[in-house]
Ligand binder design. Structure first.
Ligand code: SF4
Length: 374
């Protein structure tokens, strides 16, 4: 589980991010609009060259957080600040006038304290900025166009963003990233149907990294793969991070995979963060009852260690009808009267260890026998 200490230079600051979707419900004589709070007031940061794991049950809002950071969907509130130089923006074939316009749009989104407010980007400035952020999808089968060759699939972000137009330069970039992703260069002329799931996911990763992004969201990117292939892809992502210095937001529901790759881990429940800490702290000394329940479901390698997964009662609540107070109170084995009346503060309970629970100081969920599972 142990990774090197988390790198320190902040790349992305997420401040009070919220994503609400209006849901129309038809009644007999009227239509009501309710707000689905998919993500509610989430704050965290991601350092340069760091992997942050994001875990939670299906429907907790993990994918929405990732897509809102990438501006694939527009946030309802909050800010995403991307700390990146704006001077080296380039669009192949663009005139000096066009580039000047893009740079001035970027300047308008630039914050005094440094960084670009991603939600303020629009038009050409957003298009010029997009190659710095990328996404690896979950399903390596449906995310590749069966009618395109592997070369064209990998080259697509360069062409679509206008980053490169010279065919020889594009080919050179595609060959370079394909080799880094351990793809056989002979395969660049083939079509996706000729490849296994693991090879397809390498193609997806090459496509995501071809524009040399500084930040990539991996959305359940190994969930559809066999366990042995999962390990290969996780090791590939770690190697690429070391070579290219890229930061990852690694979204998954399998905590044991998240532990292998993440420097820090955030736990999400019904659109809210409940805990965020360096990986070892979160796995060895969780402070939130929900994290404790998730971790208890990971089998230990030690046959003598007791394995008693905590069975949470009921289903994850519908975000349209999120419970009052602490959203976890309807399933929490430790809930008290205060929990349904008052939402817990998001606070730093130990160095770099954040939690949202009224009674976190009273709980001891330490897992001393976890060493045996490594
Ligand atoms: Fe459980 Fe209450 Fe803590 Fe929420 S605030 S996690 S309901 S003890």
């Amino acid at each position: 589980m142990s990774l090197d200490a988390s790198p320190r230079e902040t790349l992305i600051e997420v401040r009070n991010l919220s994503v609400h979707f209006p849901i129309r419900q038809k009644r007999l004589f009227r239509t009501d609009v309710q707000m689905l709070r998919a993500v509610d007031d989430v704050s965290f940061d991601i350092n340069r060259g760091e992997t942050v794991g994001l875990v939670g049950e299906s429907g907790s809002g993990k994918t929405t957080v990732g897509r809102a950071i990438l501006r694939a969907i527009d946030p309802t509130g909050g800010e995403v600040i991307f700390h990146s130089a704006t001077g080296d923006i380039d669009l192949a074939g663009a005139s000096e006038e066009e580039l000047r316009k893009v740079r001035s749009q970027l300047q308008m989104a630039f914050r005094e304290e440094g960084g670009v407010a991603v939600q303020n980007l629009a038009g050409e400035a957003l298009r010029a900025f997009r190659p710095r952020m990328s996404l690896v999808f979950q399903d390596p089968y449906s995310s590749l166009n069966p009618r395109m060759t592997v070369r064209d699939i990998i080259a697509e972000p360069l062409v679509a963003s206008g980053l490169m137009r010279n065919r020889d330069e594009i080919d050179e970039r595609v060959r370079d990233i394909a080799a880094r992703c351990k793809l056989n260069l002979e395969h660049l002329r083939r079509f996706p149907h000729a490849f296994s799931g693991g090879q397809r996911q390498r193609i997806c990763i090459a496509r995501a990294l071809v524009s040399k992004p500084e930040f990539v969201v991996c959305d359940e990117s190994v969930s559809a793969l066999d366990v042995s292939i999962q390990a290969e892809i996780v090791n590939l992502l770690k190697d690429l991070q070391e070579e290219m210095g890229v930061s990852f937001l690694f979204i998954a529901h399998d905590l044991s995979v998240v532990a292998q790759i993440s420097h820090r881990v955030a736990v999400l429940y019904v659109g809210k963060f409940v805990e965020y800490a360096p990986t070892e702290k979160l796995f060895f000394t969780p402070r939130h009852p929900y994290t404790h329940a998730l971790l208890s479901a990971i089998p230990l390698a030690d046959p003598d260690a007791s394995f008693e997964p905590i069975r949470l009662q009921g289903e994850i609540p519908n975000p349209l009808k999120a419970p009052s107070g602490c959203r976890f109170h309807t399933r929490c084995p430790f809930a008290r009267e205060r929990c349904s009346a008052e939402a817990p503060d998001w606070r730093e309970i130990a160095d770099e260890h954040f939690v949202a629970c009224h009674f976190a100081d009273e709980f001891d969920f330490s897992r001393p026998n976890l060493n045996a599972a490594e």
